[in-house]
Design a protein around this ligand. Sequence first.
Ligand code: C5P
Length: 226
Amino acid sequence: MNDQIVPVITIDGPSGAGKGTIAQMLALDLKWNILDSGALYRTLAYFMSKNHIALRDFEKKLEFIKENFIVKFDPGVADEPVKVIFHDQDITNKVRNEEIAKKTSFLASDPLIRTFIKPCQREFKELPGLIADGRDMGTVIFTDAQLKVFLTASLEERAKRRQTQLKRQGSEVNMRLLLQELEERDKKDTEREHSPLRPADDSVIIDTSNLNPKEVLKEIKKYIQI
Ligand code: C5P
């Protein structure tokens, strides 16, 4: 039996705090697996919408969902988003947009959805190690992680980053609208009853507002003893 410990580093925080960039840099640097749990929730929202599955029918369709919800992540290359692979098809651009983000935030506050996603997330814990990016990676999913990081940044800075990211993907977005959407999503994520967004008690909290990704990575590496 292989009972080797699989090390996990969790990176939690609100949208635009830099989780995706930092998780990718760490995964590429350490050559570990990556779980982008936000993208996993986004993919479920995309999958349900494509198959016309309403939340109220989730339990009824559970077997079909379990059989067909097959997602993988590829850390890809620096400066490009982590790739979301659904049934061997790259659906990154289909799920990384604000329309899906809104649907996702609604779905993700439902306990049925969170219960379904929990074991899916834990399956990504494989050797040589896992970088898990999300909202509740350190507080709920991988409570025994070797290192827990919580990234924050001001709302304005996070909106600016999101705008740059969306522009790079070819979507033009209005800054005022983006600020409003981020604020609403933050509120929903932090105030929800199930797995609200909050730093784990044993996490390292880093405010990235005035740091570039390399500086954040350097800061995190001070805590890696794996
Ligand atoms: O990180 P990202 O913006 O892709 O996440 C999309 C949405 O998925 C978040 O707004 C949040 O509602 C939800 N989410 C979550 N728990 C996670 C990751 C994401 O509820 N671990």
